[in-house]
Design a protein around this ligand. Structure first.
Ligand code: PAF
Length: 291
């Protein structure tokens, strides 16, 4: 357990620290976050700490990945609470800075993926992944991690970051870890704090839908239409759940599949209490990470 966390507050200081760690050959496990940390993040930090010499977390609510009508201003922020939680899981250092330092006047260069962003979250949130990839590229340059850890709940994000690392030759590994769930199955998310007690119960329809589809897969069903109908049925049977999409895709390409195989990823998004909830699972191994 670490009781004192080094806090780094400027990109220049972060770059200097990263250069020094690199010179000493220190393995850096990196967990990029927007704060409002929950058990899902903490599990990533535990893994980063266990598998590397130091665990470094960034906390930065990135304005670039929020659309004009999205929840940037009301996104939960609690730096002191986050630092207290990080102290319990062995985090060594936190990089937290402000938007003006990350995007100074004149900033005009972005990272864009043209292939994987026109579906799912990319379609619902235009520009979102341009903001994510741009900030993650900057963070990778500043932190110089050995391994960067992401959760599978944001599967499209994880896949896009993998792609960026391969396409742009970032010298690091991307590790995607299984979604951490509440005991009743709800995927952990910073946005869960916006759910009312009733909304929280309604939100369980997402994991129930995935579980029902995985059970049908285990029983031998392979038709994508039937598996999607099973998950959608759970969502639509729950009052107050607005389904955005239910899809069955190949985990590596996000292309729709007609017949499920071991790499078939079921993917659901819905709105509850005005909060967008996401969840996904490999039907063949619903509790394991897909990558
Ligand atoms: O997943 C998140 O919290 C964010 O999208 C990330 C990766 C930290 C980039 O801002």
């Amino acid at each position: 357990m670490t009781d004192r966390i080094e806090t780094i507050t400027t990109p220049a200081a972060m770059a200097a620290r990263a250069a020094e760690l690199a010179r000493r050959g220190v393995r850096v496990g990196f967990v990029p976050t927007m704060g409002a940390l929950h058990d899902g993040h903490l599990e990533l930090v535990r893994t980063a700490r266990a598998k590397n010499d130091v665990a470094l977390v960034s906390i930065f609510v990135n304005p670039l990945q929020f659309g004009p009508n999205e929840d940037f201003t009301r996104y939960p922020r609690d730096l002191d609470g986050d630092l207290a939680k990080l102290a319990t899981v062995g985090c060594d250092a936190v990089f937290t800075t402000d938007a003006a330092s990350m995007y100074p006047r004149g900033f005009a260069t972005y990272v864009v993926n043209d292939a994987l962003t026109d579906r799912f979250e990319g379609a619902v949130r235009p520009g979102h992944f341009r903001g994510v990839l741009t900030v993650v590229a900057k963070l990778f340059h500043l932190v110089r991690p050995t391994v960067a850890y992401f959760g599978q709940k944001d599967a499209q994000q994880a896949l896009l970051i993998r792609r960026m690392v391969a396409d742009l030759d970032f010298p690091l590994q991307v590790s995607v870890q299984p979604t951490v769930r509440e005991p009743d199955g709800l995927a952990r998310s910073s946005r869960n704090v916006f759910l009312s007690q009733e909304g929280r119960t309604r939100g369980l329809a997402l994991s129930r839908g995935l579980k029902a589809a995985a059970a049908r897969y285990a029983a031998g069903e392979r038709s994508a239409a039937a598996l999607i109908a099973t998950a959608r049925g759970e969502l639509e049977a729950t009052a107050g759940v607005g389904v955005d999409y239910v899809a069955l895709v190949h985990a590596d390409t996000l292309e729709d599949v007609r017949q499920a195989d071991a790499r078939a990823l079921m993917w659901v998004a819905a709105r509850v209490d005005g909060v967008r909830l996401l969840d996904n699972a490999l039907l063949s191994a619903p509790t394991e990470a897909a990558w």
